[in-house]
Structures are given as structure tokens and as C-alpha cells.
Design a protein around this ligand. Sequence first.
Ligand code: AMP
Ligand code: MG
Length: 415
Amino acid sequence: MTTFQPTRAGERMIAVEEAQEHVLAEVATLGTEMVVFSEALGRVLREDVRASADVPQADNTAMDGYAVRAEDIADPPVRLRVIEDLPAGSVATKRVERGTAVRIMTGALIPDGADTVAHVEITDGGNETVTVRQSLRAGTNVRRRGEDMQAGDVVLGDGTPIGAAEVGVLASVHKSVVRVARRPAVAIISTGDEIVDVDEPQPFGKVVNSNAYSLAALAREAGALPRMIGIVRDDRAATIAAIESALESDVIISSGGVSVGAYDFVKDALDALGAQTKFWQVAMKPGKPVVLSRVRGRLYFGLPGNPVSCMVSFILFIAPALRKAMGQRANLLPPTVSVRMMGPLKSRGDRRNYLRVRVVARDGELAAFPMTAQGSGVSTSMVQANGLAVVDMGITAIEAGSLVPAVLFGRVMSE
Ligand code: AMP
Ligand code: MG
């Protein structure tokens, strides 16, 4: 497989995978901070969390019914005397002896002497006495002590991204404050003489600075803290000054100014600042000019100006970098899955093409609807899209009905 093509003398266009490797190799995990567990959603755990006690604390019932001795109901129907009534959270005061039962609600602890719960559906539901119509194997409907977690177990490991389930487990083990990686500060610079900000008038020929806002939103989705640096004119000194003003952030992103145009000053500015540029062209469409650089210890991503190129480059390179910076160790890259194309795709075949699709679950598989306009300047082609169908170099057409790989960057819903 051809992984690169020569571009200028001594420089090469690298493959996406190689670019991703370079990116991840440049990222160091950030320092840590303590947060209240209920505020830890979206962060990455930076300590092992252990269970301090068994969960559940003791054997309890998984069903509403009657705590019994399995041997007492071996020959149904059997009538047992109900000696106590036990709501969830209360503890029995009596022992279940031969011929007796305790009425018990889901979650209540199994009384001494009992080994089985006859669920209410196989009984007559009696109060003074109960008739059980079916025999059960000892242990039926009993949740064992420590079945969920055992004291001392690592229940959440260092590097775990914290989602809803993890927040619940933190609560279960009384872990009120947790160590997480701090959020990366991400500076966002927009370059271009044609760019005006949203709150400015838009003279004919000017373009609204949408990139800064989509990039800030992507950064926020990734758990980072975006910082708006603003718009910088296509001027070498101004570009240098903008990058310098962004140096207190962990990651710096600029949009525009990385092509080979006469007014593309990002690479010049980086050189002037003594940056080490790792690559500046990736064999992909959209997003061929993508710069990865290290400037004064900060990670710098120079993205192309076209809104789609910008977002696609973020998804493929910056989101994985932010995950690693935030302490995640595995599953850093967006997942690639096989999707059934619901329409045809066209590509020039000269570079790997990432075409915007809406992936939905249909008939037990993933169906991908291509967006009608696929130009890298068509920002609305990203609206509703949650996947990028991958058409490799050398392939110019994909027929509807074909299975193709797609990078997922959004949640997949049912149709
Ligand atoms: P460039 O990569 O600088 O050549 O920019 C390519 C194109 O992207 C420009 O012609 C603009 O139309 C568009 N563009 C650049 N910067 C932005 C921005 N901040 N917001 C929206 N569109 C932009
Ligand atoms: Mg420009």
C-alpha cells in the first residue's frame, strides 16, 4: 500500500494512520486535580478506585416474595407460617425455622435460616400463612454478598473515562472526591483577511468565523476548555504574535493559512518561533494541509480553513490527542465500523476521502446515508452527520448497497 506521496522536495504527504501515530507520540498526560465525584462526568480517572466494603453488604433478595428454606418447599404445594414482614432496608429479628417463612421485599437482607426466596408469583401471597406452589433450588432469587464488588477490588482503574455508570459506581463505594486529569486548555486562533466575527458586520466578500465556534464546541465535547484567541490577519508578524499569546494553553489550534498560498503564514510563523514541525500534509480529503508542530513545549495543530476540513481534522487528530492528554490510555482513536451505503459515493481517487454520512441502525446493521453536498466548504454537510465513510486512494466510485468502513464520531441512533 502506498502510504505517502512526494510533495515538495524532501517533504512528503503522510498517511492518516502515520499522522495519528505522530500526534499520539507527542501528547503527554496532563497533571491531575481532585473533583467531586458527581462532577466527574466526562473526565478520566487518574487513580485506582477500590471497593471499601462488599456490595451488596450481605445476601439479599432479588424478588418480592418469601424467604424460605429450600428443603421446606421440596414437595409442593406447602403451607408455611409467616413469622415476619420485611420491607427493603430492614433486618429480620427472627430466624426462619422449619415450616416458617418471612415475607420479604426486593433488596431486603435474607433472614438467618433461610436460603431461598419463593417469589410472590409462585405463592398465594398470604399474610399469616403462605402456600408455595413450586419447589426451588437452594439459593434461587438470592443476590450474594459481594456479587457486585468485593472489599479491596479495584472497581474502576486509572485511565477509565467517567460516564454515567462510573459515576454510579463511585457513589456505591462512597468515593466522594476523585483524582482526574485536569482539562486541557485549548487555544483557538482563526486566520484570514476575509474572516469577520459573528457580532461584526459582514461586508460582501467576507466570511463569518464559524471555525472558532465549531472547534470550541468540539473541544468542549472532548472535555477540554476552549480559549478564543480571535481572528488574526494574514500577516507574518500578526500570526507570530497570535501564536505567542496562545502559548499558555496546552494545545493550540489554528484554522486557515496552512496551504501553499502567498498569504498562508502559519508555517512561517511557526518556523520563526523555533517550532519543530512534525508534518504538514496528510494524504486525505478533506484536510490535506494539516500541520502538527511543537512550539515552546505546546502542541500545535494548524488546520485548513475550510469548515469541513477543520472539523474532520479535529475528529481524526485532535480529539484522540485530547483523550490521551486527559489520561485515557486505550480506545483513543474514533471507531471504524462497517456500514451499508444507502447511496453511491464518488471520489477523485488521488487521496483517501472521508465522506460525510448519517449512520443509523436499520434491520440489525448500520446503514449510511451520504450527505448530498460533499465539498469541504459545505459546512451544512456536517449537520446531522455522525460518520465519515472512508474511500481509499485509488477508488473512484462506491455503489449503493456496498459495505464500506466508516469512522464514527457521533452517537448512532435507530432510524
Ligand atoms: P485557507 O485554508 O486559509 O486557505 O482557507 C480556506 C477557506 O476556508 C477560506 O476561503 C474561507 O472560506 C474558509 N475559512 C477560513 N477560515 C475560516 C473560519 N474561521 N471560519 C469559516 N470559514 C473559514
Ligand atoms: Mg486563509
